[in-house]
Design a protein around this ligand. Sequence first.
Ligand SMILES: Cc1cc2nc3c(=O)[nH]c(=O)nc-3n(C[C@H](O)[C@H](O)[C@H](O)COP(=O)(O)O)c2cc1C
Length: 128
Amino acid sequence: MTKAVRYFSKSGNTKTIAEAIAEGAGVSAVSITEEPELKTYVDVLFLGGAPYANIMAPELKAYAEKLEASKVGKVILFTTSNWSRRTVKALKKTLTEKQIPVAEDYFYAHMLHVQGRTEAAREFGRKA
Ligand SMILES: Cc1cc2nc3c(=O)[nH]c(=O)nc-3n(C[C@H](O)[C@H](O)[C@H](O)COP(=O)(O)O)c2cc1C
């Protein structure tokens, strides 16, 4: 099964979790600003970000809107917000509307407890 991890992170929290998930999955975590599109098909795409002032980053929204259903088997989401799960909900809606399957289960690490959640994130990436 092929896996990939893509994320958007302004201040590093999501990046930390992305890297832990990627370690578990045996791949590298890649920022969507470094690689704006998936180059090859993957069975599982872990996709993560966070809300800023109640909306997800426009960069992440654009990435989800551009993602082609033919490039991915399913998406598994992760987020590191303060309280809102808005990014997960919004991404799920965008992707589902494009007929891209999104796993019910997602990974959440509160922004203040990211370091304490890396082991769980690694396990999440390994199990999927
Ligand atoms: C300007 C700003 C606005 C934010 N707005 C929200 C918000 O509306 N809801 C929320 O739950 N978290 C909010 N947060 C918290 C971020 O989602 C959280 O710090 C997240 O971990 C940032 O991810 P990053 O470090 O990967 O950029 C905000 C953070 C910043 C800096």
